[in-house]
Design a protein around this ligand. Structure first.
Ligand SMILES: [Fe+2]
Length: 185
């Protein structure tokens, strides 16, 4: 079974033993390796949202529920992360800054399709955009090696790919727009 408090304690112990993503990745991989247990422990997703499970200076743990076909614009975290999928799918596009110019524009550099049971580590300089490519909710545990909510970061406009400060309200709007579509369908 998946116990939320046990999972949080295991992630905290992992970071305390090794201040990088490696030990946390093992904890996340073990959890999403039994996806049905995570669904029972966290509850089956009902709407697109970000549920904060834990937040400290060293660690943030989120339960991220992506709406059907929802896409979030390119953004960075400026801290390592681990993404573990327990229901649905996540397609990640990875971006890199284009050398020259003012260094703010990005180009696509790679992609990774994540499925149930995958636990993917992301380095601290990663820029990614995320799409839920399926017509139902996707549930993922996201663990970050720092305080996700108080660290300044960047996002890149989906159309112009111009860099700007990350706007948490805009990100939240994307979740609400996906929920409005969910209700209509
Ligand atoms: Fe992200």
């Amino acid at each position: 079974m998946f116990d939320r408090d046990r999972f949080i304690a295991d992630c905290r112990a992992a970071v305390a033993s090794e201040p990088c993503h490696k030990a946390v990745r093992e904890v996340v991989a073990r959890a999403v390796g039994a996806p049905a247990a995570v669904l029972t422990g966290l509850g089956a997703p009902t709407r697109g949202e970000i549920q904060k499970l834990y937040q400290s200076d060293e660690l943030t743990i989120l339960n991220v529920i992506w709406g059907p076909y929802m896409t979030i614009f390119p953004h960075n975290h400026r801290m390592w992360a681990v993404i573990g999928i327990y229901t649905g799918r996540e397609d990640n596009i990875f971006w890199r800054r284009i050398p020259g110019g003012d260094g703010s524009k990005v180009e696509a550099a790679g992609a990774k399709a994540l499925s149930v049971k995958d636990a993917e580590p992301l380095g601290k300089d990663i820029i990614h955009s995320v799409t839920n490519p399926i017509p139902r909710l996707t549930g993922a545990i996201h663990v970050y090696g720092g305080d996700f909510f108080s660290t300044a970061r960047s996002e890149w406009d989906s159309e112009t790919l111009a860099e700007r400060p990350y706007d948490v309200q805009m990100a939240m709007r994307l979740f609400e727009e996906s929920n409005a579509r969910l209700v209509r369908s």
